[in-house]
Write a protein that binds this ligand. Structure first.
Ligand code: ZN
Length: 242
């Protein structure tokens, strides 16, 4: 059984906008640390190839970047310059409604240097949609990205991390091969082959290099701590944070 971590980023800016916005220097430093530690860094496209080939590097981490902020083009250049990969999950309606997002020309540009996936049409909680709306979110966002990029889109990140068996089945029925969630845990290859679901941990700008070290080394105390913080499990805090 082969295990690995998937990191989830969002926006990059030197101005802190929210806890998910990292400055480029921190992003650069984190990538350099991973590379110095011998990690091979890829996106979901690399993972799909490795699931088929069964060839896994000694140390492996995936980078995913959600929402399609305009800063993602620079992030993709940084990754490319370091010989690293990543998957950028784009939401269809964001570019039309808000200024900070990649427009269609920029999405095309991004597709030339990085792997793209769908992040739905409207960024709705997919578990709450009726079957028709769910199908629309999955099918229309895929088709839209395929028309812009001229490439087949086969990976999805569910908005807000909301996922259930209906969402997974509808995604697979719509031709998605991998589905990223926001379950902050590591992955193992046999589970992904069975479920098609990829666990991802959201990188906050409050995370130190030491925290990143804990993440990539699958520090059990850290990961259980994340579950407690998100309310998924409850344990006395003195056990976790002593
Ligand atoms: Zn999102």
């Amino acid at each position: 059984m082969y295990q690995f971590i998937v990191l989830m980023y969002h926006n990059f800016s030197d101005k802190r906008q929210n806890k998910y916005t990292l400055d480029f220097k921190t992003f650069n430093n984190q990538l350099d640390k991973l590379l110095v530690d011998g990690f091979v860094i890829e996106g979901f496209d690399g993972l799909l190839k490795r699931i088929k080939s069964g060839e896994w590097p000694e140390r492996y981490v995936l980078i995913t970047i959600d929402d399609g902020h305009r800063s993602n083009l620079i992030a993709a250049e940084i990754l490319g310059n370091k010989g690293a990969g990543g998957t950028f999950f784009i939401t269809k309606h964001y570019p039309n409604n808000q200024g900070d997002y990649l427009n269609q020309d920029e999405i095309f540009e991004l597709s030339k240097i990085a792997h793209l996936g769908s992040h739905s049409v409207t960024h709705s909680n997919m578990t709450k949609l009726d079957p028709e709306s769910l199908n629309f979110e999955l099918a229309n966002s895929k088709l839209w990205l395929e028309e812009i990029t001229g490439q087949e889109i086969t990976t999805l990140s569910v908005p807000g991390g909301f996922i259930n068996s209906k969402v997974v089945k509808a995604a697979i029925d719509n031709g998605y091969e991998l589905i990223g969630n926001s379950n902050e845990w590591w992955n193992n290859t046999s589970e992904i082959q069975h479920s098609r679901i990829v666990n991802r941990i959201a990188i906050r700008n409050t995370f130190s290099n030491h925290t990143l070290y804990k993440i990539i080394n699958k520090d059990l105390k850290f990961f259980i701590g994340r579950k407690v913080r998100s309310g998924i499990i409850s344990l006395p805090k003195r056990i976790l944070f002593q």
